[in-house]
Design a protein around this ligand. Structure first.
Ligand code: MRU
Length: 365
């Protein structure tokens, strides 16, 4: 699709097409230069889109997987539930293998599986009805993401004041979710209410989500945003330009350790040194109480060419050089001032506060 002059925030990051037979994503690998929507119909197309980061960001990956497994379920031709479920499981495991760190991927797929099992095995509904239940559940997961991000924005906004400087890393913006983003939600709500924040966006090597996506979407919203290289956070913080750091996350362990885009832990250490509060914005779908600490979180490693060649006009490292390219790192809970969820802000000790937040979620849902 050609550029239409539409604001980037008017596009859906991830949605189901009208016929319900394709997941439509905004291809984030082409931004900000080109705006293209891509329709995904097969398991391999959905897997590739997640692996290649055409759709990315923990919540958006979860939504894409939920919509994706519904699309794939539609195509399973049988009237016998156990046969349907066997193929459903194969699709589920395949999609789940696309990226290991963001827990939202398995969270969304597990939620879809539970719906299928309840309807098909326990309630013995016909397969056609099970498919419709999966359809509704996938749309609900997508809709909930919007509401959850807005609530994170409201809680996040209580942590800052008008005119504050805010630093963010990677893209935990609208492009990483369905709307508002997580780390950017307080910024968007502040923008609606005239807070006049000054945002510093780290460029986020090696895939440049900060430069290509965060700087793009925030400036499209009229936010005062300044792009900095990853190694400049100490420079802006030492000058007193940053009053708070907001980042998103891919998995929160039970003790409050957080996996997020590589470089987040460096920002956290620098913020800690300069006395700047470090807030992690996390929908409860990103909290993984089955993982005790950050040490148990599996960190995705990506191919060397992302570091040595991608984005450069010519190769910028010697041929054959060894490259270490972990996509995420773990920030120790000691460096985190608060974890902002849709049920409030969790504070240390996180073991307790996260348990309390998950309990509240269970009681209210
Ligand atoms: O590799 P990416 O671009 O999917 O990594 C994204 C991040 O690390 C985000 O900060 C995280 O998923 C939160 S998005 C609301």
């Amino acid at each position: 699709m050609e550029n239409t002059g539409k604001n980037i925030l008017e596009y859906d990051t991830v949605a189901l097409n009208e016929e319900g037979d394709a997941v439509v994503i905004l291809d984030q690998t082409l931004l900000p230069g080109r705006t293209e929507l891509v329709s995904l119909r097969t398991a391999q197309e959905i897997w590739n889109a997640i692996y290649l980061l055409q759709v990315r960001g923990a919540p958006a990956i979860g939504v894409a997987a939920a919509l994706g497994i519904y699309v794939l379920s539609r195509g399973i031709e049988t009237e016998e539930f156990e046969t349907f479920y066997g193929t459903f499981r194969e699709y589920k495991e395949y999609l789940n293998s696309a990226r290991p760190t963001a827990v939202n991927l398995s969270w969304a797929l597990d939620r879809m599986e539970q719906k299928a099992l309840r309807a098909g095995r326990e309630e013995r509904r016909p397969v056609e009805e099970v498919k419709e239940i999966l359809h509704q559940e996938a749309l609900r997961i997508r809709q909930e993401d919007i509401e959850v991000c807005r609530k994170i924005g409201e809680y996040g906004l209580t942590l800052v004041k008008p005119g504050d400087g805010i630093l963010t890393h990677c893209n935990a913006g609208q492009l990483a979710t369905v709307k508002y983003g997580t780390a950017t939600a307080p910024i968007y709500l502040g923008q609606e209410r005239g807070y006049g924040f000054k945002v510093y966006a780290d460029e986020t090597r090696p895939l440049l989500q900060g430069a290509r996506l965060t700087a793009y979407e925030l400036s499209a919203a009229g936010v005062d945003v300044t792009l900095i290289c990853d190694n400049m956070s100490a420079s802006v913080m030492s000058r007193g330009l940053v009053q708070a750091v907001f980042v998103g996350c891919d998995r929160v362990a039970a003790n409050g350790d957080v996996a997020n885009k590589i470089g987040t832990s460096v920002v956290a250490a620098v913020a800690n040194y300069y006395g700047v509060p470090m807030y992690v914005c996390a929908p409860t779908s990103t909290i993984d109480r089955n993982t005790p600490t950050g040490r148990e979180i599996r960190i995705e490693e990506r191919p060397p060419h992302e570091v040595t060649e991608m984005w450069y006009r010519e190769r910028m490292a010697p041929e054959g050089i060894k490259v270490f390219n972990p996509a995420f790192d773990v920030t120790d809970h000691d460096l985190i001032s608060g974890i902002v969820t849709e049920y409030g802000v969790a504070r240390a000790p996180y073991e307790e506060s996260l348990r309390e937040i998950m309990g509240r979620k269970q009681r209210e849902s």
